[in-house]
Write a protein that binds this ligand. Structure first.
Ligand SMILES: [Zn+2]
Length: 245
């Protein structure tokens, strides 16, 4: 393959002709949109199902943490919707508007999921530690990946080592998405198990909560799939061309 071909191909990106690899990005986008519509729907549905104990998300969270001997984690309210998260630096379980004071099955499920992260942190769960360790590098990588690829193409064409570094930075982003999966699945599994065994939810409520958390987990799977598709696209467009020169 002549050297100039690859160069022109890279430069033609988004230009005169249709770049079929963009379909990979579109598939990823559709997957992510589908998953987020699904989680919104499921959350909304079970937000209107009041739990039998009448406990709020915040109360359930405190009860769950204490049941595991965790007393140094604060449960607090955070503004916004779907902003729920556990912060290991401040040791806080942050619950959003729709979760903190709500006694719905969905709210209790989300609160319990965040407590699942607090328990992971408490016992030094390895995937959680790994994820926390690579966060700064990943932020850096996701910011610089495309600029490096474009600069590399401009300066040295497809064989440029700068392009390769840009692709490796994107690999880091994919790795991060993959490490996120066991962290999220494990937090939800703990949540469902404990809500049942501690007696915060009963019978049917347990399987309803499982549905809410299952659809939330799907959004992480979709995000990982989308970034793998993007990496595939990068590799098709810019990867492995050195041999051709
Ligand atoms: Zn989570």
């Amino acid at each position: 393959m002549p050297y100039g071909y690859g160069y022109g191909y890279g430069m033609g990106y988004g230009g005169m002709y249709f770049d079929w690899t963009y379909l990979l990005v579109l598939v990823g986008m559709v997957l992510s949109m589908w998953a987020s519509a699904r989680v919104n729907g499921t959350f909304k549905k079970y937000s209107s199902v009041r739990s039998m104990t009448g406990m709020t998300g915040a109360e359930a969270a405190k009860r769950l943490l204490n049941s595991q001997g965790i007393y140094d984690v604060t449960v607090q309210h955070v503004a916004g919707s779907l902003t729920d998260h556990y912060d290991p630096r401040t040791k806080t379980v942050n619950l959003s508007d729709a979760v903190y004071a709500s006694a719905s099955v969905a709210a209790i499920g989300v609160a319990a999921h965040e407590c699942g992260h607090a328990m992971q942190d408490n016992e030094g769960y390895v995937p959680l530690r790994l994820r926390a360790a690579i966060v700064p590098v990943v932020n850096f990588g996701s910011m610089l990946s495309w600029p490096l690829i474009l600069i590399g193409l401009l300066i040295g064409g497809l064989g440029s080592p700068i392009v390769e570094i840009g692709i490796w930075m994107f690999v880091l982003v994919v790795l991060f998405q993959l490490i996120t999966l066991p962290v999220e699945f494990n937090a939800s599994a703990r949540a469902v198990r404990l809500l049942d065994s501690v007696g915060i939810l009963h019978g049917e409520e347990v399987s309803q909560t499982r549905k809410v958390l299952g659809s939330a987990a799907l959004t992480y799977v979709a995000a990982a799939a989308a970034s793998i598709l993007q990496l595939l696209r990068l590799l098709i467009l810019f990867g492995g061309r050195r041999r051709d020169n």
